[in-house]
Design a protein around this ligand. Structure first.
Ligand code: NAG
Ligand code: NAG
Ligand code: NAG
Ligand code: NAG
Ligand code: NAG
Ligand code: NAG
Length: 227
């Protein structure tokens, strides 16, 4: 009796699961604009029975529940909009402190699973003390055969940024890996990749491309192996 109940329960859990995914790794919006963060499901969303919810993780904080999609009564700052297989979190009158990583999750499950999320950047993270530095090992630090660690440091920013690392124009990694808050209150980000030593020593360009705001411009810094 007990085991059949258990089977029924697990069957229902699998049936109800939404399989949510987010396809916007980064979004830039201006202050006072509306941010629209999208999440899609393999299953059609049905109004009334929505178990999806949104979490936000700000720099240096734990993820926090900010919106249950089942509760759309008080639409003031954020709303959850359902449209077929899509669910959109709208943040009205976006402010700098709305910047962070947003995750849609399904509360139908007894445990939460987080996908990669979407990083929202509101306003301009660029400051007078912002700089970007590509880091690469010197020839005598390289172990051959082995891997070379290439990193990109972004210093002195007020909010998150979008960091793209590429080798000879091929995107390798995009995201934010490590961050720390400096004494002046500004943030430092570090992102890194490991590539085979031969990739690095064959004279390919390693590029750090950092986007601070919605202007369409970015700061690009290149490092290259020199014997
Ligand atoms: C945002 O809106 C407020 C109130 O309307 C206004 O005072 C402020 O200047 C606006 N900020 C920007 C960056 O547009
Ligand atoms: C759902 O989003 C996708 C893009 O992610 C879009 O192509 C599609 O038209 C959207 N569907 C609806 C019903 O809004
Ligand atoms: C976020 O910033 C706005 C104005 O910039 C302020 O009114 C609001 O209280 C802040 N919210 C939090 C949670 O810090
Ligand atoms: C999530 O991030 C990991 C690590 O960066 C990556 O390997 C994976 O492909 C990403 N998944 C999606 C769905 O983008
Ligand atoms: C590497 O970057 C330099 C500029 O720093 C450029 O002149 C060169 O053409 C680039 N090489 C490749 C292979 O992309
Ligand atoms: C945006 O970022 C660029 C660097 O990519 C910077 O030069 C610029 O001052 C920033 N701000 C605006 C408003 O464009």
């Amino acid at each position: 009796m007990l085991s059949s109940k258990y089977l029924l329960l697990s069957f229902m859990v699998v049936q109800g699961q939404l399989f949510l995914h987010q396809l916007q790794p980064f979004l830039f919006v201006n202050i006072n604009d509306t941010a629209k963060i999208r999440c899609s499901s393999k299953k059609q969303f049905v109004a009334g029975g929505v178990t999806a919810q949104w979490y936000r993780r700000r720099e240096g904080e734990a993820p926090m529940l900010i919106k249950r999609c089942s509760d759309n009564q008080r639409v003031s700052k954020v709303a959850c909009i359902l449209e077929g297989h899509n669910l959109t979190l709208e943040i009205y009158n976006a402010q700098r402190n709305d910047s962070g990583v947003y995750y849609c999750t399904d509360s139908y499950m007894s445990f939460l699973t987080f996908n990669n999320g979407s990083t929202l950047i509101v306003g301009d993270s660029y400051t007078t003390c912002s700089w970007v530095l590509p880091l690469a090992p010197s020839p005598h630090d390289l172990l051959s055969p082995g891997t070379a660690d290439l990193a990109c440091v972004v210093h002195g920013v007020s909010s998150p940024v979008q960091i793209s690392l590429s080798i000879s124009g091929d995107l390798q990694e995009q995201g934010l890996l490590r961050s720390l808050k400096a004494k002046d209150g500004f943030l430092v980000f570090l992102n890194h990749i490991s590539v085979p030593v031969v990739t690095w020593t064959s004279g390919k360009n390693f590029t750090c491309d950092v986007k601070f705001n919605s202007s369409g411009k970015s700061v690009k810094k290149i490092a290259r192996y020199i014997e």
